[in-house]
Unconditional design. Sequence first.
Length: 140
Amino acid sequence: MIQLIPSIQSTRSALDAERTRVEVVSQNLANANVTRGLDGQPYKRKQVIFESLITNDGTGAPSGSTIRVSRVESDNRPFREVFKPDHPDADARGFVRFPNVNVHEEMVDLIASSRAFEANVAVVKNARQMAQQSMAIGKR
């Protein structure tokens, strides 16, 4: 099968992956101060791991690549300990364990994901415009 716009499939997969990344970053930001979850532990930061797949056109020749979310895993960095003896979750020493979420790092991830999303949308717009121009040439 001949694809009119071959870049659309890889761009769509990249947009889906970036959407997942934005959702995970949003979850991290929303839980940046949760000191006790359902398991009694502070929230653990999550991160998205991407995977690139090379696709073929059925003849064995590579026809493009796609990006997908391989997995979402918990970050193993230690929790932040802050001295707050009046906090309800303080231990015997007066320290509270906060999530291992760095708000600044999450904002950088969010901006990078937003930029990647914008770049992929630009690819879709340009591919559509080129396809329309190609069809217009064929009409003449």
